[in-house]
Design a protein around this ligand. Sequence first.
Ligand SMILES: [Zn+2]
Ligand SMILES: [Zn+2]
Length: 313
Amino acid sequence: MSNLRYDILTGNTVIISENRAKRPFDINLDKNHLATCPFCPGNEENTPPHLFSKGTPWTIRVVPNKYPALNNELSENQAGIFSSENITGSHYVIIDSDKHYNYLHCMEPEEIVSLICTYSWVMKELYKEETIKYVQIFKNYKKEGGSSLEHSHSQAVSLSFIPKQIQTQLDNAEGYYKENNTCLFCKMLQMEKEANTRIIMESDDYIAFAPYASLLPYEFSIYPKSHSSNFSNMTNAQHISLSILIKKLLFKLYEVLNNPAYNLYINSINTEKGSFHWNIRIVPRISIQAGFELSTGVILNSISPEKTKAILS
Ligand SMILES: [Zn+2]
Ligand SMILES: [Zn+2]
């Protein structure tokens, strides 16, 4: 059976059409230090000097990306249909751990707490630059998730503009807020709780569920139960609560889906606003978008979010 769903926030259209899922392959977890890895301890000279380093010897490092997607050099504008504009920004790598294969699902909750605190610190630091309008912190896990290096790492990109996809979400959330005088996300959490058909896991402070119009198989979101727009405003107790939930969710993903590639990203803004509610999205990469998706913008998802709940909870 197929079902067409709309996402009120993003405007995305998805066809939920269940058929088969592919299984990803595993990687070698035997060794935790590689002499040839630029992110392993002892090879610090292979990365640019760090912006931040935690502990002695270090357990987390934040370094400029050697191959940045952005730099602060301006290019020439073009006019007419090939218009362009100058943008600036920066691109950092967060080396999650001093251990090569210490991926999120393997980490102790305290290690995840340190990493989340680092994400929070990096986000705050990057927003201090006056020209910066948006900061994205994300993680690509495994090659199929877009990762080019095996060592557990995350990335932070700052931009002098708000990407259109983000702006659309902010506008839709603002529109809903103005019309209903309530946060669209808080309302969505309330409805998800009432329905309880897509909630995967929850703790005192956070709730993880498969979004109603999930674009890709097994994707899920984590939201704070109390309204907050800024990821960097979490308390220490919330860092711990979130870390325990992330550990449980990612370990479940590892076990049930046989260690899939995934993308993890944080949707947050730099202020507190009634209309926006920060969240983390985790998207396993076990399917690819093909001709139909590229040509129509309508996504075919072979695993319903209700099935995701059944499998991951
Ligand atoms: Zn390494
Ligand atoms: Zn809210």
